[in-house]
Ligand binder design. Structure first.
Ligand SMILES: [Zn+2]
Length: 435
């Protein structure tokens, strides 16, 4: 019959003659007994072991026997479920990991961090290491050590995404191997978890901190660093969106040319805020602030005009950056959502294998970094990224020419990347000095 009862108590008669003196469980009698000295019986504290993984302690052999009988009945009926017992067992991986997440929730940790920790431990809980062949969740914490953790971290983890099919069913799609970076994240969660467990259980169970190997990784994706990257993303964006709505590309293009404008300000622009005959766009600001202006180069006026003329003229208070067609949850005439530029930007960047920096840093930083090579920080601050509060003075007082010059430089630099790789050489060749 499966399962038995064990105790650390020994037969003292056996031991005095140098034998081990192990006491054996006598089925159905509620005690353990020495096979040699039948007078020596034990009915006190003991442990039920049922299969390799189910262990449970009891104060008396009678209680233990009742539990063992119950397990055997469950097993006979095919109802035995180790997971159920693991949950009640305070030293199972399952119980401890649930407790760990609970403790984390009481700390000042962001919900997405908690989610990440929980997902990592869930993954570990479902993992079967070679040695045991059953999921960690059903193991005692002492059974998970260096070898098991090694198995887990070197396993070919896959990224599985849920995909909803048109018929409403959910299909699991293998997205390929998990990145080193994500595995390093799993490692770090396990490390924290074991530190916490060992601190709690060291004294009581003599648990040792496992040796968890470091994982080194290099980012596969690169971040946008140059105007060349920026232009490549803009080209991809144009390719993706032009037929759908050229204003998506135009908005991002203007963000890259006029980095002092934020995406949120860009989408607030109405038809009447754009003056193409005098070449400027005004960005209304909260009451207490002066409005922000940008001065457009003639070719940018033409670019906006071409795109504007693709649809019939409309009222001045209509949002310029609006959906032109109805579909997929978007209504024709509706203003772009606050993440709309960003979503398309990231999609375009992702297609090129460039890490999806959000649109604002993606456009602004690469632009200003590149400009830093040809202009002083002071000139950039004043003429390109200038603060909204002083924008009015900047652009309507004598240094207005500088602002135009800065944008001109930028436009040339963006254009030159398409013609030749060596943009700085082109820029300096024959350029008059700024200021
Ligand atoms: Zn004995």
């Amino acid at each position: 019959m499966k399962g038995s009862i064990y105790t650390r108590q020994k037969c003292f008669l056996c031991q005095s003659s140098g034998e081990k003196g192990t006491l054996k469980y006598v089925d159905g009698h509620g005690f353990l007994q020495c096979p040699v000295h039948s007078d020596v019986v034990w009915s006190g504290s003991c442990q039920v072991r049922f299969g390799k993984e189910h262990h449970k302690r009891f104060q008396t052999t009678v209680e233990a026997e009742r539990h063992l009988t119950f397990l055997r009945v469950q097993e006979d009926r095919g109802e035995f479920d180790q997971r159920q017992w693991a949950k009640d067992n305070p030293l199972s991986f399952l119980s401890l990991r649930l407790k760990f997440v609970k403790v984390k929730k009481t700390k000042d940790i962001k919900p997405d961090q908690i989610y990440r920790i929980n997902r990592a431990l869930e993954r570990a809980g479902g993992f079967k290491s070679d040695h045991h062949g059953i999921p960690w969740d059903q193991l005692q914490i002492q059974q998970i050590s260096d070898a098991e953790i090694d198995d887990f971290l070197s396993f070919d983890h896959r990224v599985i995404r849920k995909k909803r099919l048109p018929n409403g069913k959910v299909k699991l799609v293998d997205q390929g191997p998990m990145s080193k970076k994500t595995i390093a994240g799993l490692r770090s969660v396990l490390n924290d978890f074991f530190k916490w467990v060992v601190r709690r259980e060291k004294r009581r169970s003599g648990l040792q901190m496992p040796d968890i190997p470091e994982i080194s990784y290099k980012m596969k994706m690169r971040t946008i660093v140059s105007v060349e990257d920026q232009q490549a993303v803009l080209d991809e964006l144009k390719h993706l969106t032009w037929d759908k709505n050229p204003r998506i590309w135009l908005g991002v293009k203007l963000l890259s040319l006029y980095p002092k404008v934020r995406p949120g300000e860009m989408r607030e622009v109405q038809e009447g805020h754009i003056n193409l005959s005098d070449g400027w766009i005004v960005f209304p600001q909260p009451k207490e602030q002066a409005p922000k202006f940008i001065h457009l180069l003639p070719e940018h006026c033409d670019m906006i005009k071409d795109i504007r003329d693709m649809v019939p003229p409309t009222m001045p208070d209509v949002y310029f950056f609006r959906h032109l067609k109805t579909g997929r949850g978007k209504k024709a005439g509706g203003q772009f959502g606050d993440q709309y530029f960003n979503e398309w930007w990231k999609k375009a960047a992702g297609n090129l294998g460039i890490e999806s920096v959000p649109v604002y840093p993606g456009t602004k930083h690469s632009t200003t970094t590149a400009l830093g090579k040809i202009m002083s920080p002071e000139q950039i601050k004043n003429n390109v990224t200038g603060h909204s509060s002083d924008a009015f003075y900047r652009y309507f007082l004598p240094d207005h020419e500088d602002a135009i010059t800065a944008t001109r430089k930028l436009a040339e630099m963006q254009n030159s990347t398409r013609k030749a790789g060596k943009l700085l050489v082109n820029l300096f060749g024959g350029e008059k000095k700024v200021n």
